[in-house]
Write a protein that binds this ligand. Structure first.
Ligand code: UDP
Length: 379
């Protein structure tokens, strides 16, 4: 088989590059995926019994402040006006997450205004701020203190990452905002936000609809790579250690499993996601996808409820574990990758990076510019 470009993996990184290469450079692209569908972990499908659309690999909220990315992706879908709110269930009570003024007041049984709440947290974290935090736990306690940390963060993190939070990088805690107001918009720091009106899978169908693109699902790169003649580049978006046959060692990944159930009530939990930090629950969160599409007015007789469980599995990678061991290993793999000829690496799996969707799209657009220049100069 012959192609101008071979793209391994049809998540956002691979699909955006396939679209750019076929429509701007007018080159032929073969895009393959080992799963039985396109879209990587962003794939969405309709539950056959309820007709409710759900995100097969966990709730994905598109949010960005990158106008270039927003304008680009809006060529392939229209977003609804969904604004994400997360709640957390602790000792049989529901609180706002990320921690905001309501969480603080409810948890400490106070009625602080924003200034008082800030002062209060400053007072309880004063001793913890003396040294620069070296890990997730130190960072979290220096921001919110022991009590909030123990209730909402510590056990959730242990369940999600399967590690002592002292062994995780402080940067993961930076993903969680801390608010001294009643704002409940989880992604308030992003200028644009929404869920694709016609689902994530339709974005991928649109990205990959150019006639110059051939799609092959159920296709394992390692079984076909010797049979494909690639004129310019192979773009590999799979796990980088697998590409090199794990010869330097295995990069660790956290994985997630989902248990889906239909419930005979129109609204099970009143929100799209509720986190469960307590160790008495084995799952980390419950998703109710009906809430992502208010505009659809789904039937009222039932709902779909999905429990999420975390476990360690590098064969089913979701979250890179950025500890010292893996940081060293990815550094070495990246050195090897640079030496490879006519192959480019990118995306969450090949970069071993905790990218959000917009970051992945942005990285693909940057890589496209590199490809465009390279093609002009070298071929
Ligand atoms: N986290 C937590 N409690 C929560 C939500 C998040 O302890 O209720 C911690 C946890 O360690 C998690 C990290 O904050 O891995 C980042 O959370 P985020 O919601 O960004 O995770 P994602 O949505 O990417 O799974």
């Amino acid at each position: 088989m012959r192609t101008d470009f071979l793209i391994v993996g049809s998540g956002f990184y691979g699909s955006v590059l396939a679209e750019r290469i076929s429509s701007v450079l007018k080159k032929k692209v073969l895009i393959i995926d080992k799963r039985n569908h396109i879209g990587g972990n962003c794939y969405s499908e309709f539950d056959k019994k309820t007709n409710i659309e759900y995100h097969k690999y966990g709730t994905h909220i598109f949010h960005t402040s990158n106008l270039k990315v927003w304008d680009y992706i809006n060529q392939f879908t229209t977003f609804n006006n969904y604004r994400h709110q997360t709640l957390t269930h602790h000792k049989n009570k529901i609180y706002q997450m990320p921690i905001n003024l309501e969480t603080i007041n409810t948890f400490f049984n106070k009625n602080f205004n924003p200034r008082e709440a800030k002062k209060f947290l400053e007072k309880i974290t004063k001793d913890k701020k003396k040294f620069k935090p070296k890990n997730f736990e130190e960072k979290a306690i220096s921001q919110i203190g022991d009590k909030l940390y123990s209730a909402f963060i510590k056990n959730y993190t242990i369940k999600q990452w399967g590690l002592n939070p002292k062994k995780l990088p402080a940067s993961i805690f930076n993903r969680l905002p801390l608010r001294f107001n009643y704002n409940e918009n989880y992604f308030n720091n992003s200028d644009y936000q929404g869920i694709p009106l016609d689902g994530y899978t339709s974005i991928f169908n649109n990205l990959l609809k150019n006639k110059k693109i051939t799609k092959l699902i159920n296709c394992d790169y390692f079984k076909i790579k010797d049979k494909v003649k690639v004129k310019y580049f192979t773009i590999y978006t799979g796990p980088i250690d697998q590409y090199f046959n794990y010869k330097l060692g295995i990069l660790d990944w956290r994985s997630v499993k989902f248990k889906k159930k239909i419930v005979k009530t129109d609204d099970y939990q009143g929100n799209s996601v509720i986190n469960y930090p307590d160790l008495s629950f084995k799952f980390t969160r419950i998703h109710e996808p009906k809430h992502l599409h208010r505009e659809r007015r789904y039937a009222n007789n039932n709902s779909l409820v999905i429990k999420e469980f975390s476990y360690k599995d590098h064969k089913n990678p979701f979250y890179p574990i950025n500890n010292e061991k893996n940081k060293k290993l990815i550094y070495e793999y990246k050195k090897l990758a640079k030496k490879e000829k006519n192959i480019l690496f990118g995306g969450r799996l090949a970069d071993y990076a905790y990218y959000d969707m917009d970051m992945t799209i942005s990285a693909a657009l940057v890589k496209f510019n590199y490809i465009k220049k390279n093609l002009k100069n070298n071929f």
